[in-house]
Design a protein around this ligand. Structure first.
Ligand SMILES: C[S@@+](CC[C@H](N)C(=O)[O-])C[C@H]1O[C@@H](n2cnc3c(N)ncnc32)[C@H](O)[C@@H]1O
Length: 217
């Protein structure tokens, strides 16, 4: 039984790496990689190491949220820019990737240049997500990038600006280890909570202002 589980694990890993390389080839980018860590932990010392998310997971979140021409998408902890590249192939206004590591931010910038058929400009910022002004953002994408303290700081900043400017906001959080931080925020409403066949969970939140405007609540 243990041997069988190990074999299945290896098979799943193999399928994942093929998916990763094939997706990169299709997009003309190079974002596949094993776990990588440069040494920076961020202001709150709680950065997680770089790890890629599958192309399929990103595309599913895009299908579910359907970003449009007025959307400005922020990918917090963008790594090599895979998710930023996928969003830039949608008809959105702009995509901003925020990454703590200089070397990963450089790779993300290079991927933004080679990306096949982008529809939106991509800006990559090398910065700590707690220090970035996300006021123009209407979609925020995260793949378990950092710990609870940074998550609370980021959400606090986003709440302040979004309550002031009353813009619609969608937050996509893949592998949501600190989902409770968002569940506690009364100005947000969870609109999706699903698991892929791989077991990976994703939660999607919208601000109540947007829900009342679109008649979804
Ligand atoms: C799990 S990876 C995300 C992978 C990426 N979203 C992708 O699609 O391939 C987490 C990333 O978040 C970055 N990160 C961690 N803490 C950060 C912070 N405070 N500000 C900005 N980026 C951060 C890490 O350097 C790492 O590249």
């Amino acid at each position: 039984m243990i041997r069988m589980t190990k074999m299945l694990d290896k098979l799943l890993q193999f399928v994942r790496s093929i998916e990763s390389l094939a997706g990169d080839y299709w997009l003309h980018i190079n974002s596949s990689s094993p776990v990588y860590f440069e040494g920076k932990r961020g202001k709150n010392q709680d950065a997680f190491d770089f790890e890629t998310i599958s192309h399929g997971s990103i595309m599913r979140t895009i299908r579910m949220t359907k970003p449009g021409p007025n959307d400005v998408v922020y990918v917090l902890g963008c790594g090599k820019g895979r998710a930023a590249c996928h969003f830039a192939r949608c008809r959105v206004r702009k995509v901003v990737g925020v990454e703590l590591s200089d070397s990963l931010a450089d790779i993300a910038r290079a991927n933004a240049v080679t990306l096949k058929r982008p529809h939106a400009p991509i800006e990559i910022m090398c910065a700590d997500a707690t220090l970035v002004e996300i006021g123009d953002g209407t979609v925020i994408f995260m793949f378990n990038p950092f710990g609870e303290k940074t998550m609370r700081n980021v959400l606090g900043n986003v709440e302040k600006t979004h309550k002031a400017n009353q813009k619609p906001l969608t937050i996509i959080y893949v592998n949501p280890v600190f989902a409770h931080v968002f569940d506690e925020a009364r100005w947000l409403e969870k609109t999706f909570d699903y698991k892929r066949f791989t077991g990976q969970r994703t939660v999607i939140y919208r601000n109540c202002h947007m829900l009342s405007r679109t008649g979804k609540s």
